[in-house]
Write a protein that binds this ligand. Sequence first.
Ligand SMILES: Cc1ncc(COP(=O)(O)O)c(C=O)c1O
Length: 403
Amino acid sequence: MTPLRHTLNHHVMAVGESPIRRLFEIAADPSIISFAGGHPAPELFDVDGLAAAYAHVFATDGPRAMQYGSTDGEPEMREAAARRLQEANVPASAAEVMVTSGSQQGLGLVAQALFNPGDVVLVENPTYMSALQAFAVQGVELKALDGDEAGLVPEALAAAIEMWNPKAVYLIPTFQNPTGISMPASRRQQIADVLADSDVWLIEDDPYAELRFTDDVLTPISADPRLDDRSLLLGSLSKVLSPGVRVGWIRCPDEEARERIGVTKQATALQTSTVDQLAAAHYLATHNMEEVLAPVRAEYQARMLTLVEELSQVLPAGSVMNQPAGGMFVWARLPVGFDTQALVFEAAQAGVLYVPGPPFYVADPDPRTLRFSFVSNGVERTREGVRRLAAVLGTESTLAQSA
Ligand SMILES: Cc1ncc(COP(=O)(O)O)c(C=O)c1O
């Protein structure tokens, strides 16, 4: 008798593991200088402040903190998220906010609640890999949108909506991962105009906005009230407080969608950790985040400037790279003939890591692109990392001349 074959979900089987995860294993070797992961600098975490917040919660509300809580989130954390959104010029009430375990869970829940297999989802090209994974496990078809140095091109969005009849568009308008690009206000307005004329959901991912190096606060596209029945804005404390705490949120003004996302969350996770939410909410209520973030922004900016300055001396002639106004990433393109996926193994052997660009693309991957995180290494280590990279690129002599 032929044994019965057990099978797994074929959409899940078709999704590749994020190649960055594998690089993390190499990056765990302390002798390697890694520009790969998008990890906040651990030495800048407010460990004492957060420990005090947890201690306060256990001392004043211990049994509640240790109990099951509501699926939508603890009222204090929903209030805190709504306040943060209002500070970013987004009208929001606690009732419109659902707390999530990081924005990655938000992406997964939104994908489950919105998508049927075969639905088309438009994405920037390149874009954040784990969002692609969250969407792909639902069996959607991903279509690439054209962008330029100011981000997504509104005409390209309009044409893609016309051509593909998509269910949703996924955007990271501020300090995009991986390109570091921020869409200017005029472009956001044009994109809102296109979406207001459509029935397409906007999934707007905004984890980096507060890591800005200027006073320019860029309002999320979802703030446009015309999009209230079709916008989902995801936020997170991961990049500004701690990714280990795992607290994020979804702002969803549409009641039916919010309710369905809630059902999806109940089915997958019941709730977000009660104690983590209460501690995070207490921290936010007792700290001025502008003051908390000022030294972090200053240090990240110094690290970014060092990385850009050093890279400009060692990237081969004909390379291009951006100088981001915030966030965590510098994105570069090497001249014709380079293959960053092949080169990364040589780089690892030389003791330095970056992330090759191709896996961030859903179409026409550019083998010459690569992403550097500038936040994880101090200025000296950044210099040493770029020196190691120069050896791999064969440009050490340029460095020697400029020294
Ligand atoms: C664009 C983007 N969205 C979402 C996330 C997930 O963040 P978290 O789940 O820690 O909030 C990341 C993490 O790197 C990201 O870069």
